[in-house]
Each structure stands twice: as structure tokens, then as C-alpha cells.
Design a protein around this ligand. Structure first.
Ligand code: ZN
Ligand code: ZN
Length: 58
């Protein structure tokens, strides 16, 4: 069975965090805190392929 790379993340397995827009931090009023959605990484696992690391080879 041939699987196509995920269309949503182009096979990267991760997406730019929507909460912080990849900035890793969220500014709330007077304070800036680490984004909880991505745990400060700026990226989140792709929900479509759940971080399909099968496509990523470093
Ligand atoms: Zn984030
Ligand atoms: Zn994906």
C-alpha cells in the first residue's frame, strides 16, 4: 500500500503552532509566557498524520 505524504504538513509531521503562530510565547496583558499548546517549541504535531515521522529523515 502506497501512502502519500500528509497534505496538511507536507509530510513534515509538524505544523506551526496556531496558538503562538510559531513565536513560542504568548503575550497576555503584561506578561509573556511560554505557549502551552506547543510547549514552547513553536510547532505542534500534525493532527492529520499525528506527527508522521515516517516521512522525516534527518
Ligand atoms: Zn505555541
Ligand atoms: Zn501531517
Amino acid at each position: 500500500m502506497h501512502e502519500e505524504p500528509c497534505m496538511r504538513c507536507q509530510g513534515k509531521g509538524s505544523l506551526v503552532c496556531e496558538e503562538c503562530q510559531g513565536k513560542r510565547k504568548i503575550r497576555k496583558e503584561m506578561v509573556t509566557e511560554k505557549c502551552k499548546a506547543c510547549n514552547g517549541t513553536g510547532r505542534v504535531k500534525c493532527p492529520s498524520c499525528r506527527g508522521g515521522v515516517a516521512w522525516v529523515k534527518d
